[in-house]
Design a protein. Structure first.
Length: 275
């Protein structure tokens, strides 16, 4: 009888150890992390490729893409903690936003370089612009200055020597063009009301404008480096390991190929771009 109880006791201990081991194994299974990313424009295809890369690497990260309608919201939402990351802006835009809003957002990785382009429903070349024609440009401070520099490069205006020009900094305007700043998201919708419009790549793609029909495109030079788009996080998350995995997954050949296929010449992978 005693032997029987002893055998049962040993069996019970063994079973308990086995169950405890199972419990430990289950708790050690990697937990999938949800990471929300704010974007503006048509970048969902690229971020789907990033998700595919994360899945391939068994990173256990689930990206939740949140689309914003304009450039004014994603940084405020990130600063407030409503999203984890955003990816829609270049370094110049971020620096200006931080300065104007006492923000502390930081870049954690480069993504693409998206040259501005000029679209029109009325002319087929910038050479067709006439005296007094209207050209619309984005009205956010950095892209406004960038669009003005495009018009200067194209030979229509000259600008005062300032880091971030505004329409007030136009020195000469040989055709007396009416340079009209508008919210970036409105530019495609108001093409019929102007003679030409300088439009950001993501906004143009989102509006289904044909990039092959752009009548002029911003040239990529060493001066383009401040316009490289970036993935942005809160300062305290600068070294977040999960976010670093997302940057690494973005900066892969597979994602670069998707960018090239999706955007043709309108956007280029910029993390290793040779200027």
């Amino acid at each position: 009888m005693k032997l029987r109880f002893k055998v049962l006791a040993v069996a019970a201990v063994a079973l308990g150890t086995l169950l405890a081991g199972c419990g430990k194994s289950a708790s050690a299974a990697p937990k999938t992390q949800n990471v929300s990313v704010g974007i503006v424009g048509a970048d969902k295809t690229v971020w789907a490729a990033v998700q595919k890369q994360l899945d391939k690497e068994n990173a256990h990260i689930n990206l939740k893409i949140k689309e914003f309608g304009d450039y004014n919201q994603p940084n405020s939402s990130l600063q407030a903690g409503d999203i984890d990351l955003n990816a829609f802006q270049h370094q110049f835009f971020l620096d200006n936003w931080n300065k104007s809003n006492k923000g502390s957002l930081v870049s954690i990785g480069k993504t693409i370089l998206a040259p501005l382009a000029v679209y029109s429903k009325k002319i087929s070349s910038l050479k067709d612009l006439k005296k007094g024609d209207t050209v619309s440009i984005p009205n956010d401070p950095t892209n406004e200055g960038r669009a003005l520099e495009l018009l200067e490069t194209a030979g229509f205006i000259t600008l005062k020597n300032t880091e971030l020009p505004t329409p007030a900094d136009i020195k000469t305007n040989k055709l007396d063009l009416n340079v009209k700043p508008l919210d970036a998201a409105q530019l495609p919708r108001t093409l019929s009301d102007v003679d030409a419009s300088v439009i950001n790549s993501g906004i143009a793609v989102d509006a289904k404008l044909n990039p092959e029909k752009a009548i002029y495109r911003e040239k990529i030079t060493k001066k383009s480096q401040p316009w490289i788009n970036i993935i942005v996080a809160r300062k305290q998350d600068k070294n977040n390991k999960t976010y670093k995995k997302i940057v690494k997954a973005y900066q892969t050949k597979a994602v670069a190929n998707v960018i090239k296929k999706t955007y043709k010449s309108t956007e280029v992978p910029a993390w290793n771009y040779k200027f």
